[in-house]
Ligand binder design. Structure first.
Ligand SMILES: Cc1cc2nc3c(=O)[nH]c(=O)nc-3n(C[C@H](O)[C@H](O)[C@H](O)COP(=O)(O)OP(=O)(O)OC[C@H]3O[C@@H](n4cnc5c(N)ncnc54)[C@H](O)[C@@H]3O)c2cc1C
Length: 381
């Protein structure tokens, strides 16, 4: 059987299948595993703990510290693939998945004209697959510099320049702080909806642990519990343009807006080094139009405006996607109209995505062992 994508999600599933004596081949379009992590910005550290971010069957080394750095995560993924002797074919991009003639299994159309047939397929191409740049009016004729955050590595190209960061998710917040620390002359952060901000840890207790504990509690209850905690740990930034959100923390998280972990944003906003401005409405020549009617002319705009799943060309024709492009089923569940097609990594839970990928890997592999696909994919003993 095949796993599409050699990121943490795909590697974890391949390991879980192999551990159950099943052959799984990972198809990865890049030339190495962990391609997404290699592209992330330099200062990135996990905001989930080392212990709760390890994939099944191999802990992350203690020397990574509590919050592993990007390069350590990449090293870990390489080691993980080697350690478990995973079967990975790099440089192969799967463009379309189709039912095998006769209905049992799947045909994968891949680069180089390959057609691969598998009894089951796990799609693990990533939640953050395709950078999303809103279709702002005037965007195409804007004469200034506009880049998606996916292209951002560090502040060096922005030293001494006036930069507008659009979007205050974890990425936008962290890039804004990085720019300030890296010598940008002015940093503005364009915010449509004020985010929930949480400390990465409080008195040694990581926010992720709270996320794990609260995950199964009723949304309204978590919203109510989070409100006083937030007042205690995060100062009021209303005067600086970041009022406390009206909608509860867990409600927002369930809508896809996970809280922003403070990596210096609170101090930077409080001290005025990051200026909060209104949402971007469009562009006009070299100007950016903001929702409050002002026009600004930064030297560069960095759009931290999220990603699309990009699953439509791959599986859109199989009627397995919701209108927002996310799979209708996940983890061990396969769509009734597409048995044997599994998806992992298309949610963003408050308990941490890597932890979720690990749990899903085990569940998917356990489910597959009970299917016909397992019978034809058994590894020789
Ligand atoms: C900036 C950032 C920070 C994050 N920090 C954390 C954190 O601290 N803790 C946490 O738990 N989670 C974090 N996440 C979320 C999540 O854990 C990561 O995005 C993680 O890499 C997801 O793993 P994945 O395998 O699902 O996707 P990816 O890592 O994106 O891997 C998908 C792989 O599939 C390949 N691929 C895509 N399409 C095809 C195709 N058609 N054919 C073949 N190969 C294909 C890609 O090249 C890629 O290697 C973070 C995400 C981002 C963006």
């Amino acid at each position: 059987m095949y796993v599409i994508g050699g990121g943490p999600g795909g590697l974890a599933v391949a390991q879980a299948l192999r551990a159950r004596g099943l052959r799984a081949v990972v198809l990865e379009r890049a030339d190495r595993v962990g391609a997404s992590w290699r592209r992330h910005y330099d200062r990135l550290r996990l905001h989930t703990t080392r212990r709760l971010s390890a994939l099944p069957g191999l802990p992350m080394p203690r020397r990574f510290g509590r919050w592993p750095a990007r390069d350590d995560v990449v090293r870990y993924l390489e080691k993980y693939a080697d350690h478990h002797q995973l079967e990975i074919v790099t440089g192969v991009e799967v463009s379309r998945v189709e039912r095998a003639p006769g209905g049992a299994g799947w045909v994968l159309h891949a680069s180089g004209g390959r057609e691969l047939t598998g009894a089951a397929v796990v799609v693990a191409t990533g939640h953050n697959h395709t950078p999303r740049l809103p279709d702002w009016p005037g965007r195409d004729t804007y004469t200034g510099e506009l880049r998606h955050a996916a292209e951002y590595r560090n502040a060096a190209p922005y030293a001494g320049r006036d930069v507008l960061v659009v979007g205050v998710g974890n990425t936008g917040a962290e890039i804004a702080v990085d720019l300030v620390e890296g010598g940008a002359s002015r940093v503005r952060l364009s915010v449509r909806t004020p985010p929930h901000i949480v400390r990465r840890s409080t008195a040694g207790w990581p926010a992720q642990y709270t996320g794990v504990l609260c995950r199964r509690l009723p949304v309204g209850l978590v919203d109510r519990l989070a409100r006083p905690l937030s007042r205690l740990s995060v100062p009021d930034l209303s005067a600086q343009g970041l009022p406390r959100p009206a909608t509860g923390l867990y409600t927002r998280a369930r809508q896809g807006a996970i809280p922003v972990q403070d990596a210096g944003l609170i101090d930077a906003v409080r001290s005025g080094r990051v200026e909060v401005v209104a949402a971007v409405e469009g562009f006009e020549d070299d100007k950016v139009l903001l929702a409050d009617g002002t026009r600004v002319a930064p030297d560069a705009v960095i759009a931290a405006t999220g990603y699309l799943r990009g699953l439509e060309p791959l599986v859109g024709h199989l009627d397995v996607l919701a209108p927002d492009g996310t799979p209708l089923t996940r983890g061990p569940h396969t769509p009734p109209n597409a048995p044997g097609l599994y998806f992992t990594g298309y949610t963003n839970p408050i308990s941490g995505m890597l932890r979720e990928l690990t749990r899903d890997a085990t569940r998917i592999a356990t489910t597959i062992t009970k299917t016909e696909a397992a019978r034809v994919s058994r590894l020789p003993r």
